[in-house]
Design a protein around this ligand. Structure first.
Ligand code: SAH
Ligand code: SF4
Length: 415
């Protein structure tokens, strides 16, 4: 049976390929059901099963009559959700997964699970600042900071009951296999771009890991950061397709999602037009105080220099209390000097945006000739930004022992 030709006429938003149902939204699933002679509401049952009950086999969908399940299987349909192929566990509780894509080409991507610290430290090492800034009542560091993406504007109480008794975790999700952007300090860049992930492969990382950890959406507080392998804004449609699936079908809030871009201006401009109900928060990988240094470490800056990125960023309509995040990788002796900090402070203040900065000390990778900044340089940098009135947090490296930290993804597979 040719699934795709049947669906074209039905104006479905995301269409199944090769009989894979995972990644298809409820509307298109309804169209699928109609195409096989079933009522449209069976599509809703399928969506429930795929995205809420997290089935991996069609036969497990007990809301569908047995005969229909058998018919779908006989016609070549399958769930086709990406599968966790390998797990690496860090001493700090972080888990890194190799996830096998559903495309049938044997490629894997990496996804990282980062539970918040349970030993009195804030997940990203920014506890002192965060407690002051937020003035959060109560005994707990929990809920104050996410582990990888510090989260000044998001109020842990904003989704009622969420996270009070459940798990608190940040999940770092990949958007492409490899990356074409070629930032000099990043290991993923060494792979080049192998291929884009589909919406189902992006959302599937989340659902597969939720399954492993028995995540209860609405009870557990999960933050998603699209900061794994790849440049989300060079795979825009699939990335946003995944976000819509995660919001509509899985039930996650876009305010608990952050997408990071190296500054792909046309992508930022499209993103600015997304409705708030499907728009994650935005983080820009600034990484340098000026165009000269940025071009050296991020050649993409030649195409879209800092001010063009800032002009695009200004078009994004922030929600109340939302801040624009700027990420800044500290490369020892290259971007971590006092004059760099002063220049970054001026640059960000001049944007006039409510902003915050996430500092990331560079994580080493084989064949990359930069050095990790000295702790004193990191502290001085942070202090300069804070003194300039910019909330600034230091992202704690998670899972370095299993090569799960920022910029380290894809080490094991290629070596
Ligand atoms: N491609 C997107 C998202 C993935 S990279 C982007 O570049 O924004 C996520 C973050 O990790 C970016 O801010 C990037 O600058 C940072 N990063 C890359 N390599 C790193 C490394 N070796 N050490 C620390 N941070 C790194
Ligand atoms: Fe790609 Fe981001 Fe790495 Fe740059 S930092 S090469 S954009 S993944």
């Amino acid at each position: 049976m040719d699934h795709s030709s049947q669906l074209v006429a039905l104006n479905a938003t995301i269409q199944p390929s090769r009989g894979m149902l995972f990644g298809v939204d409820a509307q298109a699933l309804a169209a699928c059901m109609v195409a096989v002679g079933e009522p449209a509401w069976r599509g809703r049952q399928l969506a429930e099963a795929l995205y809420r009950q997290r089935v991996t086999e069609l036969d497990a969908i007990t809301t569908l009559p047995k005969a229909l399940r058998q018919k779908l299987v006989a016609e070549g349909w399958q769930v086709g959700r990406p599968r966790i192929a390998q797990v690496f566990q860090s001493v700090d509780g972080t888990e890194r997964y190799l996830i096998e894509c559903s495309g049938g080409d044997g490629l894997t991507v990496e996804t990282v699970w980062m539970p918040e610290g349970d030993d009195g430290e804030a997940g990203d090492g920014s506890d002192a600042v965060s407690k002051q800034t937020r003035g959060a009542p109560g005994p707990s560091h929990l809920g104050t900071w996410d582990s990888k993406e510090s989260n000044l504007e998001s109020d842990p109480e904003e989704v009622s009951g969420e996270g009070k008794t459940g798990q608190r975790v940040t999940l770092c999700v990949s958007s492409q296999v490899g990356c074409a952007v070629n930032c000099r300090f990043c290991l993923t860049a060494k792979l080049g771009l192998q291929r884009n992930l589909t919406a189902g492969e992006i959302a599937g990382q989340v659902v597969a890991v939720f399954d492993r950890h028995a995540v209860e959406v609405g009870r557990d507080r999960v933050n998603l950061v699209f900061m794994g392998m790849g440049e989300p804004f060079l795979n825009y449609d699939n990335f946003m397709g995944a976000v819509r699936l995660l919001v509509r079908e899985v039930g996650l809030s876009p305010q608990r999602m952050t997408v990071s871009t190296s500054g792909i201006v046309p992508g930022i401009e499209r993103f600015a037009h997304e409705p708030a109900e499907f728009r994650p928060k935005l983080a820009i990988s600034l990484n340098a105080p000026n165009d000269q240094i940025r071009t050296e470490i991020m050649p993409i800056n030649r195409k879209w220099p800092i001010q063009s990125v800032m002009a695009a960023v200004r078009k994004v309509k922030l929600r109340p209390r939302e801040r624009m995040t700027f990420e800044y990788v500290l490369l020892g002796g290259v971007t971590d000097r006092p004059k760099d900090a002063a220049e970054v402070a001026r640059l960000i203040r001049r944007t006039g945006l409510p902003a915050k900065v996430n500092l990331i000390a560079w994580n080493p990778g084989p064949g990359i000739n930069y050095s990790t900044p000295q702790p004193e340089a990191v502290e001085a940098f942070r202090k300069t930004l804070i003194d300039a009135g910019i909330p600034t947090y230091l992202r704690k490296p998670r899972g370095r022992d299993i090569y799960a930290a920022c910029g380290q993804l894809k080490r094991t597979v290629e070596e």
